[in-house]
Design a protein around this ligand. Structure first.
Ligand code: GCW
Length: 694
């Protein structure tokens, strides 16, 4: 038997469109073993979602073997001695009397390889499909050989991707072309492309997809009969891939599309309207996950308008969804965006906890609160929101942002799993790290109540109509990484990068070089951005590039208050009291500038520029140093990429090079604007005499 893993030289030709499902690999298993696929799908009645998913699993296996490995396998429902056996664990028992190793929860799978058989068994239909994708991935990575036995199941049942797509076809904070779902005011899409998208998402285990912006505006009409047939057709494309739709709805819908004079959650008219509307929506999409809601935030309507609480608002929608086992996913990004910068007592960072902690336990069983991972807004570095661990009687999920609104907009490379790894490893002070909280509830059926569990992850998508899906080809790694992290929150950034690079660039040197670039990118970006967790020094509105005082005198509540002697907001007990939202042991660390993690030092403290940091240098000198270093590191990333010129298809090489060059321009702007700003305030030169423009 050949078990040598060889890369098909001259055949592997990286195609941006294919992302991490590239072709051109050589399978390290003998051809006879892969020649026949004996699948359960042959035996299941030809209806229902499970049957569709099982059929898709078999087709994906057959097509994946052909496209990615050049192996032609025959699909059959017939029993036999050798080949790949694919189905649910229950089928193995019924058909072959075979008891497989304990797999675990829904979506789980077992892959077992012997001399003449490959077994891919799922706990359920979706698990079978995930098993196929994992098998193909591991085969491409050279990690499948006779004797391999792999058993996995996802940590959480809610693994969601949120699109901020507008029905006009634009995408809020989108950096990869137009919408995959909408155009010119209606659902309009390329069905084949959506299948490819569904495949990409399923291949990393994503199972919930919202297709329209949480700022719902004109897409409010998606839940009317004008649009529901098209939305149902989209749901139908994703269904065989185990991906269920979630719809963003406008809290003010009873008025906006229902013609009522109120959307008050305690007014029976509004509640009745939602009940009817949910029934209508579920007639078209019986397996819709539910509704996603942004209320009382940045101009969206909400329960505050009527003097009601967010529990009142969410529970009204939950009641409408309940007969259909639907869920109301309710965002906690609720804050007052009409601040006066003169008011130093106000602190926007407090908002989510102040609004939602007092409501813990008041939400219906089918409400999931969706909480941004940090207290502010997807900055390059923030502390973890104090709500995690603090909510004990309400189901909730954590929200990330894959689209790089504040992290370089897919012009700059910024490998986000580094940041997410830190979030996962954060000790909440409630006896668990974030990654240990994940999955502590929510196992079992998606609509099961798991009071208090952090039972899922959601993230804002970074994809669009660009041929490479993500604008920057290497930003595909962030989407991949997010899916893998949902599956296994203990996966580190280095491991995710290794997998993604191997799957995208094949075995060998190119993948290693790309991996080094990826891993260098987040630290570099963090260094040339706003220093030490002070946040928001970005250009207002579009949020790309530096504008040190861009938000300083605005209404948005994000101030750094830099002066001649000091910078930062005091969020300790002596200041805004934000740190008091954490358990005392954690608050004590944040409160002490000597113990506070330095990457969030200026989030918690107002410090003099001569404050000595752990390396013995002043805060000011550290600001200078990190900004010089960040630029140099961006320069090194470009130089490293240039070594790959002959190893990659020209278009791939050029498009990434062009972005890395633009990144360097941006890094230079950040370096010089930040350094000059602080030099002008302090008139203290750089210790090393490097160039600062006075
Ligand atoms: O960061 C802000 C963005 C808005 C976004 C909002 C949110 C969808 O600038 O564009 O609106 O967050 O998360 O709701």
């Amino acid at each position: 038997m050949t078990i040598s893993m060889r890369f098909l030289k001259g055949y592997f030709h990286m195609k941006e469109y294919d992302c991490w499902l590239q072709g051109g690999f050589k399978a390290a298993l003998k051809a006879e073993l892969l020649a026949a696929i004996r699948a359960e799908e042959g035996g299941v009645p030809d209806k229902g979602t499970d049957a569709a998913i099982l059929r898709q699993a078999a087709v994906e296996l057959r097509d994946g073997l052909l496209k990615r490995f050049g192996v032609r396998a025959v699909l059959s429902g017939e029993p036999g001695e050798s080949g790949i056996f694919l189905g649910r664990a229950s089928w193995f028992l019924e058909r072959y009397g075979e008891r497989l190793p304990e797999i675990g929860g829904p979506g789980g799978f077992h892959i077992g390889v012997s001399e003449d058989r490959v077994v891919i068994a799922g706990t359920d239909a979706a698990g079978t499909l995930y098993g196929v994708f994992r098998f193909l991935a591991l085969l491409a990575l050279g990690e499948i050989k006779p004797g391999s036995a792999i058993t996995e199941s996802p940590a959480v049942s809610f693994r969601a991707l949120n699109h901020w797509d507008n029905i006009e076809g634009t995408i809020e904070r989108g950096y990869a072309g137009g919408s995959l779902f909408f155009k010119d005011g209606e659902a309009r899409y390329d069905a084949e492309r959506l299948c490819d998208y569904a495949r990409l998402l399923a291949s990393v285990g994503i199972n919930v997809l919202s297709i329209n912006n949480v700022n719902v505006r004109t897409s409010s009409k998606l839940i009317t009969e004008d649009c529901l047939p098209q939305v149902a057709a989209i749901a139908g494309i994703f269904r065989p891939y185990g991906v269920r739709l979630l719809l963003s709805v406008n809290f003010s819908s009873p008025e906006v599309i229902g013609g009522l004079d109120t959307s008050d959650p305690l007014d029976p008219k509004a509640a009745a309207w939602w009940k009817e509307r949910a029934a209508l929506v579920y007639r078209y999409i019986p397996d819709l996950w539910g509704f996603l809601v942004k209320a009382d935030s940045e101009g969206e309507g909400g329960p505050f308008q009527y003097g009601r609480t967010h529990a009142d608002g969410a529970n009204m929608l939950a009641a409408a969804l309940q007969p259909f086992k639907g869920e109301c996913v309710w965002r906690c990004f609720v804050y007052d965006c009409a601040q006066d910068w003169r008011n130093t007592a106000f602190d926007r960072a407090r908002a989510a906890y102040d609004h939602f902690k007092p409501l813990d336990g008041q939400f219906a069983d089918n409400v999931i609160l969706q909480i941004k991972h940090g207290p502010y807004d997807f900055q390059v570095r923030e502390p973890v929101s104090p709500l995690f661990g603090a909510l004990t009687k309400t189901r909730h999920t954590m929200e990330f942002q894959i689209t790089q609104e504040y992290t370089g907009q897919q012009i700059d490379l910024c490998f986000l799993p580094w940041m997410w790894q830190d979030v996962m490893a954060y000790d909440t002070g409630y006896g668990a790290k974030v990654r240990e909280l994940l999955g502590s509830g929510g196992k079992g059926s998606p609509s099961a109540s798991a009071r208090g569990g952090l039972e899922g992850l959601a993230a804002v998508a970074n994809t669009g109509l660009d041929n490479n899906w993500t604008g920057h080809t290497l930003a595909q790694a962030n989407l991949y990484g997010y899916g893998r992290l949902c599956w296994n929150p203990a996966l580190g950034a280095e491991e995710i990068a290794r997998e993604w690079c191997g799957l995208t660039f094949g075995p060998g040197k190119t993948a290693r070089v790309v991996r080094e670039i990826l891993l260098a990118s987040y630290p570099a970006y963090q260094k040339y951005n706003a220093p030490f967790g002070v946040c928001f020094m970005v250009e207002p509105r579009h949020h790309y590039g530096p504008s040190i005082e861009g938000y300083e005198f605005s209404r948005w509540g994000t101030y750094h208050r830099a002066g001649r002697e000091a910078i930062g907001v005091d969020r300790t007990g002596k200041g805004t009291g934000y740190s008091g939202q954490y358990p005392p042991a954690i608050a004590a660390v944040f409160d002490d500038p000597k113990r506070c993690p330095e990457d969030v030092l200026l989030f918690f403290h107002r410090l003099r520029y001569d404050f000595r940091m752990k390396n013995g240098k002043t805060l000011l000198q550290n600001i200078y140093d990190t900004h010089f270093e960040g630029y140099d590191e961006a320069e090194a990333m470009l130089a490293k990429w240039q070594t790959l010129e002959n190893a990659l298809p020209a278009a791939v090489y050029q498009s990434v090079r062009e972005r890395l060059e633009r990144q360097l321009v941006n890094a230079r702007e950040w370096r010089d604007q930040v350094n000059t700003y602080f030099y002008r305030h302090t008139l203290i030169p750089d210790e090393q005499g490097r160039k600062i423009y006075a």
